[in-house]
Design a protein around this ligand. Sequence first.
Ligand SMILES: *Cc1c(COP(=O)(O)O)cnc(C)c1O
Length: 429
Amino acid sequence: MADREYGFRTRAIHAGNIPDPETGARALPVYQSTAFVFDDSADASARFALQKYGNIYARLANPTVASLEERVASLEGGLGAVATASGLSAQYITFASIVGAGDHIVASSSLYGGSITQLDVTLRRFGVDTTFVHSTDPADYAAAITDKTKAIFAETIANPSGEIADISGLADVAHAHDVPLIIDSTIATPYLNRPIEWGADIVTHSATKFLGGHGTTMGGLVVESGRFTYSREKFPLFHEPVHTYGGLQWAGNFGEYAFLTRLRAEQLRDIGPALSATSAQQLAQGIETLPFRMSAHVENAREVAAWLEADDRIESVYWAGLESHPHFERAQKYLPLGPSSVFSFVIKGGRAAGQALIESVNLASHVANIGDTKTLIIHPGSTTHAQLTEQQLEDAGVQPGLVRLSVGIEDAADIIYDLDQALSQAVEA
Ligand SMILES: *Cc1c(COP(=O)(O)O)cnc(C)c1O
């Protein structure tokens, strides 16, 4: 763009989007087209053989989706990104690119419920074994690594426990064992933490949440640093001839782009979770205000968490911005602007009181989502985490009376007023 490195706010608005050269359209156009015209048959076969960059078919690439990819890669400080139809499909194609039957993943036990089932049900059925580590101590991850381990996976800020990953400690463990560190940074967003700056190799996002920010659009992203070398010993498929592409080799032909190229040319090709152009445009537009929304989310979370903690009707509050949280110091290190606005609290009176609270709110919405401008509330034990066993619930830090809040950007006083009246009703009930 210019002979200047633009700041985060500028890149949130401009990265990946220049005025359309054909029409002059200033906002990001929605290229709602599944296919793209080839110049001639030589051009067509060169694009198909990955010898020439160019759009072919929207399952693999689309110009509107490419703008979103470039924007998020820029904000995360990555080499590039691949967008998908949802956060879980972003994770799925990431795992499918680096593990196969017989391989092993070491993951945090405090993951989003759908991430736990993806690893524990579907990938396990495909012969990929996952060890879930019930701690955030990098030494415990190191102890779980076997000679079959191909990746370490954790969330920057775990949902709903509020635990903060020791990203640089995990990166050291991963790299000492020649495997990549994959961080799901959905709740942090690149505004609050950029895992690549702390040593992570791959960052995944559910763009459905804070990135899009308005609760309208599903999407996912995978961002890669380009720094990780996929060794021949651990990752032979990166080095063997790829017959479907004329015998080229991912590592040999694409260098630092090996993983990203494989994600697109192999995984989007074979699994197919392409993001639609319309969704990409919505998400890219949401990102334009990400810095402002995240500041407001954190500011409101700070007020609401402090108010809840001081209230007699509340047993505990798990927001890492509170000094009482076990990861307060770690949050100061990794998330100096604040640990986002998704957190949980336990109301006195257990499960019944928790459910009564959720049924008594007026302003907050009872939904299975987070990261919307609106304040959202849910009881994880009976919804998002209901498919987990008692043991998995305990390992993920989900107690019976736990209520999860995603603090929106309304007036903080109104959010507190709503919780106050709902707590009064819940305590009476
Ligand atoms: C929602 C979420 C996901 C899954 O994303 P989808 O877009 O719903 O597929 C993954 N990780 C975290 C932390 C989430 O909050």
